[in-house]
Design a protein around this ligand. Structure first.
Ligand SMILES: Nc1ncnc2c1ncn2[C@@H]1O[C@H](COP(=O)(O)OP(=O)(O)OP(=O)(O)O)[C@@H](O)[C@H]1O
Length: 255
């Protein structure tokens, strides 16, 4: 579980996060949504320990980040997996090389231990015959699977994903969303996903944090988001004609 307590983050004179408090439970897919510039990426970078808030605290299963020693912070960061926007694979390495990389960097495992672990995670993301292919030889959806395999190879307690669906067709996007949710539940990971994708909100939004101008405007589940009367949330969610129709149908059903 990650507990975020009243965090503030500024750059120079400009305060980007203005006191955000929330909790992310383990085994759940937690989504951060909000308009461009609302502070989602800055918030995610605070969770990753890349930015340290000037005020407030972030607590990872009882460990308050700002109170940890340098070594403890490093250990905690090794419990975090990250799926970057656009996958961020190493083009010159094979699929297997990309997934082995964190094990080579951060563990003292033998070659055969690494090989076993890599085989397990590649199988888990349904990539069986791609070990020796290069990123340029596989589809965008397969690249995402490799990025997920690399993010979970160290058996993380926390998984952070920045726009994991960007660039994917809607059907592949849903498969990737479902894979992230299954892995989150199976390994009891605390997963936090930064997304613009309303399909993801509907499919896997077990907890949604809506940020507006650096503040928590609303939080709830994917079932609750369609019932809320919060104007900022409805403006955001129903900016698409399709979702306006869904809401209209919901209201008609309710009456
Ligand atoms: N390293 C930085 N230095 C200065 N300002 C920054 C830095 N990182 C982000 N900002 C500012 O913080 C604000 C929020 O940016 P952020 O990237 O968190 O928005 P976002 O909600 O993720 O937007 P998008 O959906 O477009 O990615 C922006 O005004 C941005 O310019």
């Amino acid at each position: 579980m990650i507990e975020v307590n009243d965090i503030h983050k500024s750059f120079g004179e400009s305060e980007i996060l203005k006191g955000v408090t929330t909790q992310f439970e383990k085994g759940k897919t937690n989504l951060i949504i909000g308009q461009s510039g609302s502070g989602k990426t800055v918030f995610l970078k605070c969770l990753l320990g890349l930015f340290e808030p000037e005020e407030g605290s972030i607590c990872y299963d009882g460990r308050t980040y700002s109170s940890l020693s340098g070594d403890e912070k490093r250990d905690l960061r090794q419990e975090m997996g990250m799926v970057f926007q656009g996958s961020a694979l190493f083009d010159s390495m094979t699929v297997e090389g990309n997934v082995t990389f964190p094990l080579e960097m951060f563990t003292k495992q033998s070659k055969s231990e690494m090989q076993d672990r890599v085989n397990i995670v590649l199988k888990r993301v349904n990539l069986i015959d791609a070990h020796n292919k290069y990123p340029s030889e596989i589809s965008g959806g397969m690249q995402k699977r490799v990025a997920i395999a690399r993010a979970i190879v160290m058996n993380p307690k926390y998984l952070f994903c920045d726009e994991p669906n960007s660039g994917l067709d809607p059907k592949t996007a849903i498969l990737i969303d479902n894979l992230i949710q299954e892995i989150t539940e199976e390994y009891d990971i605390t997963t936090v996903i930064n997304t613009h994708d309303m399909n993801s909100v509907m499919e896997i939004g077990q907890k949604i944090l809506f940020l507006k101008n650096g503040l928590k405007e609303w939080e709830g589940t994917n079932k609750e988001i369609f019932k809320t009367d919060n104007a900022a949330v409805t403006d955001f969610v129903y900016s698409s004609e399709l979702f306006k129709k869904v809401r209209q149908m919901y209201i008609e059903e309710r009456n």
